[in-house]
Design a protein around this ligand. Structure first.
Ligand code: GLY
Ligand code: MN
Ligand code: MN
Length: 445
């Protein structure tokens, strides 16, 4: 008997439950196609590390490329499931790696499975005579091409008994509503990813020194992720020393860290597809200057205020209002903004230095799926949602304020799970109080 390669991450009943919940949302006589991710060329005949498509992972846990999930709901509401995957292939497996093959996939993932050599026929059979086709059009060109040619065949040969679906639905907003509310299994993984990532930030604080390169700090973080089981980050790690911190998605990470500068690190490890998303900003040499401390404290106050507003019934309207109040008040007190508090809040004057959104949903994707508004109104937080709270202030050289503030960049980002009575902060073991950061960096913690 072939050896077991890898087990699904969760019990197969978890994935089956998700598929059932998804199919319950689809109309009778419909067919759903969900593609795995495809391998992407890095250079000639080498590929980037493979990462499974988040929707496909959510529904199957199956980790290979070149796979397709077909779910059908008959006119009477009966559900049938089929996984198409790569066949076993001795030569390919010697060169590229082991494959499950349909037999073992069916066993381990509790899904009927056949070889993807039957892709064209199985898709045609599944689409024929259905009223509604559901899939993510435009996401994978291979599937788009297959759908187009299958629809053409079904439309062109009615005399063979073919009938093409007459309507199409986009899978994305339907599955996004499910993914927005994390189940127990997902919360467990997110908690682990957050813990690993918070520890990695602490490690970076402990080992940071002037003269190191930004990418070396990145390496410390990634080493810690991997040693704890999160082999890849969920997004490219940002390590920005000094004014590089003002570049929001800075990933060059190729400058030397300077004594007297702050460094901004935005990094999260990915565990079985689920990512953390943490930002911490700290002084390269372990001690905040008075200006750095003053600006940092403004962002920290805003972050605390916004986090406090994360509870069922509130929405991003409340978190944003809380953050904007604290940022504006702080910038006014420091003389970076001038005028009258209420007027400055009204005209959103702090947005000159707070140049991005306050946060986003988090899960399988770092900027996770889920509508932010329903009927054009910010949706209330509900238990099971996970989101980031990440205010920041960025004062590039040449800004219209005293020069002593120029080049400073501060962002503080935590990951919050909404629960019945409020929220759980999943990343608060990464220090963010000035005294706690300085103590850690001085080796006192
Ligand atoms: N790491 C990307 C973000 O914070 O949105
Ligand atoms: Mn974020
Ligand atoms: Mn981030």
């Amino acid at each position: 008997m072939a050896s077991i390669i890898k087990a699904p991450v969760f019990d197969t009943a978890v994935y089956a439950g998700r598929r059932a919940r998804l199919m319950a949302k689809l109309p009778e006589n419909s067919v759903l196609l969900v593609s795995s991710a495809t391998e992407i060329t890095r250079s000639r005949d080498t590929e980037f590390a493979f990462r499974q498509d988040s929707d496909f992972n959510y529904l199957t846990g199956f980790p290979e490329p070149d796979a397709l999930l077909i779910l059908q709901k008959s006119a009477s509401g009966e559900i049938t499931e089929l996984l198409l995957c790569r066949p076993k292939d001795e030569l390919a497996e010697i060169w590229q790696g082991r494959r499950f093959g349909p037999e073992q996939a069916a066993q381990q993932f509790a899904l009927p499975a056949v070889s993807n050599e039957q892709l064209t026929q199985e898709v045609q059979n599944a689409l024929n005579q259905k009223t509604t086709l559901v899939y993510s059009q435009g996401l994978y060109s291979k599937l788009d091409d297959l759908v187009s040619s299958t629809l053409a065949t079904l439309r062109n040969y009615p005399k063979k008994g073919y009938l093409a679906p007459s309507q199409q639905l986009d899978l994305r907003p339907i599955i996004a509503e499910l993914r927005l509310f994390k189940d127990e299994a997902e919360i467990g993984l997110l908690q682990q990813a957050c813990k690993i990532s918070a520890d990695a930030h602490k490690q970076a604080m402990r080992q940071c020194k002037a003269g190191m390169w930004e990418f070396q700090l990145e390496a410390i973080i990634r080493h810690h992720f991997a040693m704890q089981g999160a082999r890849e980050p969920g997004y490219n790690t940002i390590v920005g020393g000094g004014e590089n911190g003002c570049i929001l998605h800075y990933t060059d990470n190729n400058a030397e860290l300077q004594h007297g500068d702050l460094v901004l690190i935005d990094a999260g490890g990915e565990l079985a597809g689920y990512t953390a998303d943490i930002t911490r900003t700290f002084p390269v040499s372990g001690k905040f200057s008075p200006e750095q401390a003053a600006l940092y404290q403004v962002v920290l106050n805003a972050q605390y205020a916004a986090c406090a507003a994360v509870k069922p019934g509130n929405s991003t309207k409340d978190t944003v209002a809380a953050a904007i109040f604290e940022l504006t008040k702080g910038l006014l007190e420091l003389g970076i903004l001038q005028g009258e508090l209420e007027a400055l809040i009204k005209e959103q004057a702090c947005k000159k230095y707070f140049i991005h959104g306050l946060g986003h949903w988090l899960g399988l994707d770092v900027h996770d799926v889920g509508a932010y508004k329903v009927n054009d109104v910010e949706r209330p937080f509900e238990p099971g949602m996970v989101l980031t709270i990440e205010p920041g202030l960025y004062i590039p050289k040449g800004s219209a304020c005293e020069q002593k503030w120029w080049g400073l960049a501060v962002r503080i980002e935590d990951d919050l799970l909404v629960i019945k009575d409020g929220h759980l902060n999943l990343t608060d073991t990464a220090p963010k109080e000035i005294a706690a950061i300085e103590a850690l960096m001085a080796g006192l913690q």
